[in-house]
Design a protein around this ligand. Structure first.
Ligand SMILES: C[S@@+](CC[C@H](N)C(=O)[O-])C[C@H]1O[C@@H](n2cnc3c(N)ncnc32)[C@H](O)[C@@H]1O
Length: 265
């Protein structure tokens, strides 16, 4: 419970959310009002949850990602708008009847974007967290629970046109710098990439060639100097045509690389 009086009319709710520092107070107020369906007590309870910093999609149960409605269950990582560019890039790279693997899928948002854009493609996904897998399945994703590639059917080996992943890549020492709400509500399992953040990225680089076809593309979200830190590994493992993906501000957001074949190493 908060000690803030929770208003029930829209304007006062928008004003409260503005004072509380929310970036989209009108949208948040409207979402909660719709979700409360005219029940004032329910609206009060929803607003109180939101004022604790609980993610809005956990409260309403859904959000938009790449203009697609995605179900978001409590406890499951909330897809970030910054990952939309990577999802769009994966759509561009995937042939209409190709095969894609979405590692660390969370809600299954990226897999859903891919299958919506390419209904004839096969999209499979994995996540280590059972709540994420339940959510991804509810979003219509063919999802398997387990560590990275481990739970995938062996029949997919050598077949993937695209392997995409928003895997944990935050350096352990930087976890404390994450937004307060992320730390308070989301699991460190979603973020912690080891001492320099590249532990899981490196494992994905190493294991992807088993599932990529020659000429298939690996697409990973990362940040800072991580793309440079991975360059030697990529060259050694047979990746080339490496592209570092930047956002509109010029910040590093991802890396893309074509896997040729082990023989080219
Ligand atoms: C940053 S979230 C990304 C989720 C989703 N791709 C998205 O963008 O919304 C990372 C996800 O990786 C999962 N995860 C962490 N370690 C994993 C592992 N070793 N194997 C598979 N999934 C893992 C977490 O459960 C979490 O759902």
């Amino acid at each position: 419970m908060t000690d803030v009086a929770v208003p029930s009319d829209r304007d006062a709710l928008v004003a409260l959310f503005s004072r509380s520092g929310f970036v989209a107070p009108e949208d948040e107020a409207d979402d909660l009002i719709v979700h409360a369906a005219g029940d004032a007590e329910r609206l009060r309870a929803l607003v109180e949850r939101r004022l604790t910093g609980e993610p809005l999609p956990w409260i309403t149960g859904h959000m938009q990602f790449c203009e697609i409605e995605v179900r978001v269950d409590p406890g499951v990582y909330v897809p970030r708008w910054q990952s939309q560019a990577l999802a769009h890039r994966a759509v561009t790279l995937l042939p209409p009847s190709g095969t894609a693997i979405d590692l660390c899928t969370g809600t299954g948002a990226i897999a859903r974007v891919l299958s919506t854009a390419h209904p004839g493609a096969r999209i499979v996904a994995t996540d280590i967290d059972g709540r994420a897998i339940a959510c991804a399945l509810a979003n219509g994703v063919e999802a398997f629970r387990g560590d990275l590639f481990a739970p995938l059917p062996r029949s997919l080996e050598g077949c993937a046109d695209v392997v995409v992943g928003v895997v944990p890549y935050v350096p352990t020492t930087a976890l404390a710098l994450l937004q307060r709400d992320a730390l308070a509500f989301e699991s460190p399992l979603s973020y912690d990439g080891g001492p320099d953040g590249t532990d899981i990225l490196r494992r994905v680089l190493r294991d992807s060639p088993r599932f990529l076809r020659p000429g298939g593309v690996l697409l990973l979200e990362l940040g800072g100097e991580q793309a440079d830190a991975l360059r030697d590994d990529m060259a050694h493992l047979g990746y080339d045509d490496v592209i570092v993906l930047l956002d509109d501000e010029g910040d590093v957001r991802g890396v893309e690389a074509v896997w040729r074949s082990a023989a080219s190493t």
